[in-house]
Design a protein around this ligand. Structure first.
Ligand code: AMP
Ligand code: ZN
Length: 435
């Protein structure tokens, strides 16, 4: 027997779902028109009211929204309600130091946990489960997103946050944690520490793990399932669409159901920007159907996936997407943290000691990702004095940590050591095999 959180919404007949989507879409357009950004955008497209979009296919008359648009509108350009109606904000990295921000009204913050509760319940989880949330709490949505979803479902929630494996194990043992939420790399890391910490699988009560925030393969899922003896479910979300609770695997583990009564999904060819037929790979584009404070129309996620044709055996009518295959842009996800190479460049190139050439190496160090920034130092600066060079390395690290929350290894080189390219420079070497 499959379990549901809100059965009538999750198994809603297709025609009824479409009617709801159209009403949500028109309301989203009306809501978007309250923001300075969309008022101008939509006026240019000849849209002055939600009534101007008569059908779901007319979504194609609406211009796309990008991460850059969100950044340009920072901080208030996409806010659709009076500021006093906003009860929370979350922020994510942009292509430069300016983040993107999403506001939630009291009503929005009521919808999100509902979608998250639905997601968790779809894996067969219930009130009796003990949920240890190992995702980062804070501006990143991974922590709070599923936290409130699990609370709404009635689970005992342990807001452990990320890191500190010793404490994670203690909490898991002492409170008999049955479900965890983490990045796939963190779970593998956790497993690699079990021996050292003297923890055996039999000491734990783990049954399920929700993994997301970074791309991973089916093999990684199987590996975690075998090593930790748990059922692993893929969780997809992005801060622009709230965070976790956009698409989630059900017990069938055959694609992630997108909660289509909250998000209007399109899959487009990233080059022609035209819709691709169901089943073909393309970029996911979402429109928020229920969010009041920050409505987003046709948001280009840059994530590549495809829609699974046909119904799922669980009875949910919301369509499924395949696990994310990759991204169309150069955004790196380092242990769950989004980083654009341009952000690293901006930080290091601000420092007068740094020369012109740099490289970014991303590799696996055990289960975790490791990033190394290699940079040349100006000729007058490079010295044999190890103390000077160490000091500079630390300053580069501190600056990167402060502005984009990553702590890379830093290598300093003499001018002329790093390769020079005649054509487009290749600066990023991501050698984490797809596994
Ligand atoms: P953020 O806005 O910081 O939550 O980052 C969202 C991005 O993380 C998405 O656009 C994806 O690129 C990536 N992401 C989130 N969940 C998954 C997942 N389950 N599989 C692959 N990538 C994911
Ligand atoms: Zn299903």
């Amino acid at each position: 027997m499959y379990t549901y959180w809100d059965k009538s919404a999750e198994t809603i007949p297709e025609e009824e779902l479409k009617r709801r989507q159209l009403a949500g879409f028109q309301a989203a357009v009306d809501q978007a028109l309250k923001t300075p950004f969309y008022r101008e955008r939509l006026r240019k497209a000849g849209i002055t009211s939600g009534a101007d979009v008569g059908s779901l296919t007319s979504v194609q008359d609406i211009p796309f929204t990008s991460k850059d648009d969100l950044r340009d509108a920072y901080p208030y350009g996409m806010l659709a309600v009076p500021l006093e109606e906003v009860v929370r904000l979350h922020a994510s990295s942009g292509t430069t130091g300016t983040p993107t921000v999403i506001y939630q009204s009291a009503e929005d913050i009521g919808v999100w946990p509902d979608l998250a509760a639905r997601s968790i319940a779809a894996t067969g989880a219930a009130k009796k489960d003990v949920f240890q949330n190992m995702m980062t709490y804070g501006l990143f949505t991974g922590g709070l997103g599923l936290h409130y979803g699990a609370e709404r479902l009635g689970c005992l929630v342990i807001p452990a946050g990320s890191g500190n494996t010793k404490r994670q194990f203690k909490l898991m043992k002492d409170f008999r944690t049955t479900m965890v939420h983490a990045t796939p790399s963190y779970l593998l890391h956790l497993h690699s520490k079990m021996n050292e910490e003297g923890v055996r699988i039999e000491d734990l009560s783990l049954k399920k793990a929700f993994v997301g925030a970074e791309p991973h393969s089916e093999n990684i899922r199987k590996k975690i399932e075998n090593l930790l003896r748990v059922d692993v479910y893929n969780s997809y979300g992005l801060s622009e669409m709230n965070g976790p609770g956009v698409a989630f695997e059900c017990e069938c583990k055959d694609g992630m159901h997108v909660w289509e009564d909250a998000f209007l999904l399109e899959v487009i060819d990233p080059d022609t920007l035209k819709a691709v037929p169901d089943g073909e790979e393309g970029e996911l584009v979402f429109t928020t159907l229920r969010r009041k404070a920050t409505p987003l129309l046709r948001y280009r996620t840059r994530d590549l996936s495809r829609i699974y044709p046909g119904p799922c055996s669980c009875g949910r009518t919301h369509r499924r997407i395949e696990r994310i295959k990759g991204r169309t842009d150069d955004m790196l996800i380092i242990n769950g943290v989004n980083v654009f190479p341009s952000q690293i460049e901006e930080v290091i190139m601000k420092m007068p000691e740094i020369g012109n050439n740099y490289q970014i190496l991303v590799e696996k160090a055990g289960a975790l990702d490791r990033i190394t920034v290699k940079t040349e130092v100006g000729p007058a600066i490079f010295s044999d004095d190890a103390r000077d060079m160490n000091h500079l390395r630390e300053r580069i690290k501190d600056n990167l940590k402060a502005s984009i929350s990553i702590s890379p290894a830093v290598e300093l080189h003499e001018p002329g050591v790093l390769p020079v390219y005649e054509g487009k420079a290749k600066r990023v070497f991501d050698v984490r095999a797809g596994e």
